[in-house]
Write a protein that binds this ligand. Structure first.
Ligand code: UD1
Length: 453
C-alpha cells in the first residue's frame, strides 16, 4: 500500500503546466482489502474550464474556489495568459484561482495550446462577445474520434456572426451580435456553453432550444448571473438570455465550482470492484441519480447524504444493461467505469454509447486483462469473468486511465498502467485518494515504453 507522492500530481501552481512532462509515468495497482473511509471530490473539470473562459466577458478580478488542481486547468490558465490575463493560485488556498482580466484582451487562442486540450473551443463565444472577433485554432480529433464544431458555428452564425474555418482556425467576427432563436440539433454541452456566453452580449433576446442541461451548464448559468447577465430557464432545455448588446454592463464575480460527478463516479466504481464502504464527500447525489440507480441495480447500496454520497458494495455485482445519454442520462464519461465494473460482475451486460461512438479504445486494454468484451458499433457486450488478471496496459485518455486503475483493483497480480500522466488532466490525486481508502496503488516510473506503439 505504498503511496509515493505523485510528483507533479496537479497540485502545483496554475503557472506550471505539466501535461507534457512525465510521459513515462505509470500507475501500479493490485487487488487488496475492501475500500474503507472517506474521500473528497474537488470541483468539476468540465465546469471549471468553462468558468475560466467566461471570465473573458468582463474586465476585473475573479476568484474561483473549489477549482480542481489538474493539468487541464493549468492549460486553460496558459490560454488565458496568452489572451492577456493574469492567473494565479491563491498561495494560502491552492484550490482557489484568481484571474485578473484586463481592459483589453487579444482574442486569439493559439494552436500550440489548443491542440493539447479540446475544451479551448469554448473561448470562441466569450471572446467574440467581448471583442467582436475571435480566432480559435480548430481542435483536432482525439481518441474519441472527431470532435465536430458545426453546432457551435451554426449557432453563432444565427446570432449574426460570420464564422469561417481558415488555415486551421475558426475565425468569427460580429460587430454586433443579435439575439435569435437557436434550436440545437443535439443538446451539445460545448455548443450550449459557447452560445450562452455569446448571447449575454447580443442585442435582445436569445432562446436556446434543446440546450444541454448538465450540472456544469447550470454552474455556468449561475456564474453568468453573478456577473449580471440575465439568463432564465436555468436547468431546463430552453434557455432564455436577455442580452444588453454589450459586455460593458457585466462585472467580475466570485464563484465556487460545482463538485465533479465524474470523479465521484470513479470512486463509486472503485468501490464496486473492490467492495467495502466509503463516503464520497462533496458528491451530489442529485447530479448522478440515474447512475446511482444503476449501481443499486448492480447490488450496491447508495445513499445521498448532506455531506456526500455514502456507498456500500457488499458482494460481487450483478450485470445490468445501460446506455449513455445527455444529462440527466448516464454520462458518457462514466461508461469506462461501467464497462470495467461489468467485466467482473455476474452475468452479461450491454453498454450502449449514444454520444461518442468511437469511445471504446480502453476495451482492448481491459481485454489484455482477461475481460470478455465484444464491441459492435455503439455497443459493448460484457460477459463478467470471475477475476481479471493484472497486465501491462496503456491509458489512452483521462477516463480510460482511471478505469484501468479501477480494473486493477479487481485483478490478480499487478496491473501496470503506462501513459498515466493523462489521468492528471482530470484527477487531482486519483492514486493518493484510492490509497487513502486502503487500495494497493502507487505511482511508478517506466524504464521504457512498451514496444510496438
Ligand atoms: C463535453 C465534455 C465531455 C463529455 C461531453 C458529453 C468538456 C470539456 N467535455 O464535451 O467530457 O463527454 O460534454 O457530456 O466539458 N457534436 C456535433 N457537433 C457539434 C458539437 C457536438 O456533432 O458542433 C456531437 C459530438 O460529436 C458528440 C455529441 O455531439 O457526439 C456531444 O458532444 P458535446 O456535448 O458537444 O460534448 P463536448 O462539449 O465536446
Amino acid at each position: 500500500m505504498a503511496t509515493k507522492p505523485s510528483h507533479g500530481s496537479g497540485h502545483g501552481p496554475a503557472s506550471e503546466p505539466q501535461a507534457h512532462e512525465s510521459v513515462s509515468e505509470q500507475i501500479i495497482v493490485r487487488s487488496g482489502s475492501p475500500l474503507e473511509g472517506s474521500v473528497r471530490v474537488a470541483g468539476a473539470k468540465n465546469s471549471a474550464l468553462k468558468l475560466m473562459a467566461a471570465t473573458l466577458l468582463a474586465e476585473g478580478a475573479y476568484r474561483l474556489s473549489n477549482m480542481p488542481r489538474i493539468v487541464d486547468v493549468d492549460l486553460m490558465a496558459e490560454l488565458l495568459r496568452a489572451v492577456g490575463c493574469s492567473v494565479e493560485r491563491d498561495p494560502k488556498d491552492t484550490s482557489a484561482l484568481r484571474i485578473d482580466v484586463p481592459a483589453r484582451i487579444t482574442p486569439v487562442a493559439p494552436y500550440d495550446i489548443v491542440e493539447r486540450f479540446r475544451a479551448s473551443v469554448v473561448l470562441l463565444g466569450p471572446m467574440l462577445a467581448r471583442c467582436g472577433e475571435a480566432t480559435v485554432a480548430l481542435p483536432g480529433g482525439d481518441d474519441f474520434g472527431p470532435r465536430p464544431v458545426d453546432m457551435h458555428v451554426k449557432g453563432l452564425a444565427e446570432l449574426g456572426a460570420r464564422v469561417d474555418v481558415v488555415h486551421g482556425n475558426i475565425e468569427a467576427s460580429a460587430p454586433q451580435l443579435l439575439g435569435a432563436r437557436v434550436v440545437l440539433e443535439f443538446p451539445s454541452v460545448g455548443a450550449t456553453e459557447n452560445l450562452l456566453m455569446a448571447a449575454v452580449a447580443a442585442k435582445g433576446r436569445t432562446v436556446i432550444d434543446n440546450a444541454a442541461r448538465e450540472p456544469e451548464i447550470l454552474d455556468l448559468c449561475r456564474f453568468l448571473q453573478g456577473m449580471g447577465a440575465r439568463v432564465s430557464g436555468v436547468g431546463a432545455s430552453t434557455l432564455v438570455i436577455d442580452g444588453s448588446g454589450t459586455t460593458e454592463l457585466l462585472q467580475s464575480t466570485d464563484h465556487a465550482v460545482v463538485p465533479d460527478r465524474i470523479v465521484a463516479a470513479t470512486y463509486l466504481a472503485a468501490l464496486g470492484v473492490a467492495s467495502g464502504e466509503i463516503l464520497v464527500e462533496g458528491a451530489r447525489y442529485d447530479h448522478m441519480e440515474l447512475l446511482c440507480a444503476k449501481l443499486t441495480e448492480m447490488g450496491m447500496i447508495i445513499i445521498g447524504e448532506p455531506e456526500g454520497i455514502r456507498a456500500v458494495a457488499p458482494r460481487r455485482l450483478d450485470s445490468v444493461d445501460c446506455s449513455t445519454l445527455p444529462y440527466p442520462g448516464i454520462a458518457t464519461d462514466c461508461k469506462p467505469f461501467l464497462v470495467t465494473m461489468l467485466a467482473t460482475a455476474s452475468g452479461v451486460g450491454i453498454v450502449t454509447e449514444n454520444l461518442f461512438p468511437g469511445r471504446f479504445r480502453y476495451v482492448d486494454e481491459l481485454r489484455r486483462m482477461g475481460a470478455d468484451i465484444r464491441t459492435d458499433a455503439h455497443h459493448a457486450v460484457v460477459r463478467g469473468v470471475d477475476r481479471l488478471s493484472g497486465a501491462p496496459v496503456r491509458a489512452h485518455d483521462i477516463r480510460a486511465g482511471a478505469a484501468l486503475a479501477v480494473a486493477g483493483l479487481g485483478a490478480e497480480g499487478p496491473t501496470v498502467i503506462s501513459d498515466a500522466h493523462h489521468v492528471r488532466r482530470g484527477y487531482e490525486n486519483l492514486v493518493g485518494d484510492l490509497a487513502s481508502l486502503g487500495a494497493d496503488i502507487r505511482i511508478g516510473q517506466a524504464d521504457s515504453d512498451r514496444p510496438g506503439e
